[in-house]
Design a protein around this ligand. Structure first.
Ligand code: ZN
Length: 328
């Protein structure tokens, strides 16, 4: 049993906090169970932060919390992990720091995808459930996690690359296990075949592997960087018609001669008529070569070339709408 409380291991290999304990308390109304949200990919391995035992599990996705694991820690505190996709422990089971207790998800309100993918970590000062009285887990994470994270991230990056570029099927979980080491051996052989590796086939990702890998990686990046898709140039003002929020865009249209002769009171009406289209097209013609996509790319963070009117383009249009609605 640790002498000092805290010094916990992170639940997953990322320390990216998507919503802090204080953020939860600042919500209006405040969260009923303030905790730390770690934004991690669906299905990430979740580990016990310290020695203890499983007090209970909730395997149904119901309620705001979805699937839950509660761990009584031997230091006298307890943690709850919420929104899991899968639980791999049973109540009463002993766990050691770092033991797998389940996999992250987005479960809530009876659905597997009831919220965005993350794990919510509640730290309670005792062993009883005290939802209104919680502590900031992020402040009690141990310093040793920096190294753990850096190592896990490095291995995960390597595994991701081997999967994507070399056709391996590794489960990316930050571990350097036998399957991963065998894949590294195959990769060394591949690099050797191309004259990019001159060491022994030793299944470890050492400096010689890294040197060969850098050549392969540069080639792979060149092969896989998407070419601009000319289709995006065909995005037109008419495509905006499928969006219901057009007031902000109509502000621009108005300035550029929306529906000449129409009364001011009718121009912001949530409808995307011919006048609105003509006005916005005039704006685009004069400022962005007539291209709606070019305008969204230049000003509103639309970066894809190949996803015509997909989620990225819609999000950029939404940003344009929101800002132009406030003030052009
Ligand atoms: Zn949360």
């Amino acid at each position: 049993m640790p002498e000092v409380k805290g010094g916990y291991q992170l639940p997953a290999t990322s320390n990216y906090v998507s919503s802090s304990w204080q953020d939860h308390k600042n919500r209006r109304p405040p969260s009923q169970e303030p905790g730390t949200d770690y934004g991690i990919a669906y299905g990430s391995t979740l580990r016990a932060p310290e020695d203890g035992y499983i007090e209970y599990v909730k395997t149904s996705a119901s309620g705001a919390m979805g699937r839950v694991v509660k761990i009584r820690l031997n230091d006298g505190q307890s943690v709850r992990y919420l929104h899991l996709s899968r639980i791999t422990v049973n109540s009463g089971q002993k766990v050691r720091r770092g033991d797998v207790v389940g996999y992250s998800g987005a479960s809530a309100n009876g659905k597997d995808w009831g919220v965005g993918a993350h794990v919510h970590v509640t730290l309670m000062p005792g062993h009883a459930d005290t939802f209104g009285n919680t502590l900031d887990f992020a402040r009690q994470v141990g310093a040793d996690n920096d190294i753990t994270i850096a190592f896990s991230q490095k291995v995960a990056n390597e595994q991701n690359f081997l999967n994507a570029a070399q056709g391996e099927k590794l489960v990316v979980d930050g571990l350097a296990g036998p399957l991963y080491r065998a894949a590294v051996g195959r990769y060394q052989q591949y690099l050797k075949g191309r004259g990019w590796y001159d060491g022994e086939i030793d299944n470890a990702w050492g400096p010689k592997t890294q040197a060969g890998h850098e050549k392969r990686y540069a080639e792979w990046v060149a092969q896989t960087t998407p070419k601009p898709n000319p289709a995006y140039h065909r995005a037109t003002v008419a495509d905006l018609a499928e969006l219901q929020w057009v007031n902000g865009l109509q502000k621009i249209a108005h300035l550029y001669g929306y529906g000449k002769g129409q009364a001011q009171s009718t121009w912001m009406d949530n409808k995307w008529g011919g006048g609105s289209q003509a006005g916005l097209q005039r704006f685009l013609d004069q400022n962005h070569g007539g291209s709606l996509a070019a305008w969204l790319r230049a000003k509103w963070g639309y970066t894809d070339n190949d996803d015509l009117w997909g989620p990225n383009m819609k999000a950029a249009a939404a940003r344009a709408e929101a800002e132009n609605y406030k003030a052009l």
